[in-house]
Structure formats: structure tokens, C-alpha cells
Design a protein around this ligand. Structure first.
Ligand SMILES: [Zn+2]
Length: 166
């Protein structure tokens, strides 16, 4: 039996639509699944471990007051760790003076952080968090210095600094 042109076309579209569904559904469900982090604690456990200011930033995506972090002026060589789980996040070599009042880095250590799109009312930002515990760190903007052109704008209260030992 021969199909008319129109029937073939209809069939083609039906198959394409089916393929789109097959491809689309896993992508969508993946995007909406809460990420699983290596370090998982209940809100009560985090509250017991963190100071109220640390909890507000790491677990509730609060932002610290600019110029409030002593780490803003930390200039020694070393590594900035996540205050929630001690994950190594940023090398002091990638820290720069942004003038924003928040510790700023142009690059995270490999695999140390994760990102998600943060759609606020007025602007679209990229949220950045610790890849190990999911703790909120700050945001990434595309106006940083070379070599990456990125600016990781980080809440100092989310970090601990460990100087390199000679
Ligand atoms: Zn962490």
C-alpha cells in the first residue's frame, strides 16, 4: 500500500514529536530534581554547626553586608574552604580586588562549585554553591578580569581561609 505525500508527512511529524518527547522528558525531570550532595545534613544539624550568619548565607541564600568580611583583605597565599563542609573552593592566586565589598575570585578550583540560574525579579544571575554540601556561596558575573572574565562574588562568611604552610 502506498502512502500519499500528506500521510507520509504527517507520520514524519508524529515520529519527530515522539522523539522530542523522549529526549525532552529526561532533560526536564533532571533539571527539576534536587541535586544530591555528598554532604547532607538536616536544617537542624546545620543550625547546630553554623553561626546564625553562616546559616543565613549557606542555607538560605542570604547576602552578607558588603565590606563586612575580614577575608576581603586576606592577601596571603592559601586556600579558601567551605565553612560548612571544609571543601577546598578557591585558591588565593585567583582572588582579586573587585571593589564590590565582597571577596572576589576569577575562578574556582576544579569541580569545587556548582551553579544554578537564579531568576530574580529584576535580573538573571548565576548562583554559585559548594559542590559538596550545596551551601550557597554567592553569584557569578561575567565582568571579571582575565584569564576567565568571570567574577565569583562570594560571601566571606561562607569561607574559611587556610594559609599555605611553607
Ligand atoms: Zn561545602
Amino acid at each position: 500500500m502506498f502512502k500519499t505525500d500528506q500521510e507520509s508527512r504527517r507520520e514524519f511529524f508524529r515520529q519527530s514529536f515522539g522523539l522530542a518527547l523522549l529526549l525532552g522528558v529526561p532533560l526536564v525531570s533532571h533539571a527539576y530534581r534536587a541535586p544530591a550532595f555528598r554532604v547532607h545534613k538536616t536544617p537542624e544539624e546545620w543550625r547546630a554547626q553554623l553561626s546564625p550568619a553562616q546559616y543565613a548565607v549557606l542555607r538560605e541564600e542570604d547576602t552578607e553586608t558588603p565590606n563586612s568580611s575580614p577575608l576581603l583583605h586576606e592577601k596571603r597565599a592559601g586556600i579558601f574552604h567551605c565553612v560548612g563542609c571544609d571543601n577546598e573552593l578557591y585558591d588565593s592566586a585567583t582572588k582579586f580586588e573587585s571593589g564590590t565589598g565582597w571577596p572576589s575570585f576569577y575562578q574556582a578550583l576544579d569541580g569545587a562549585v556548582g551553579t544554578k540560574e537564579d531568576n530574580g525579579w529584576f535580573m538573571k544571575r548565576t548562583e554559585v554553591h559548594c559542590a559538596d554540601c550545596g551551601g550557597h556561596l554567592g553569584h557569578i558575573f561575567a565582568d571579571g578580569p582575565k584569564p576567565t572574565g568571570m567574577r565569583h562574588c562570594i560571601n566571606g562568611v561562607a569561607l574559611t581561609f587556610k594559609p599555605k604552610t611553607a
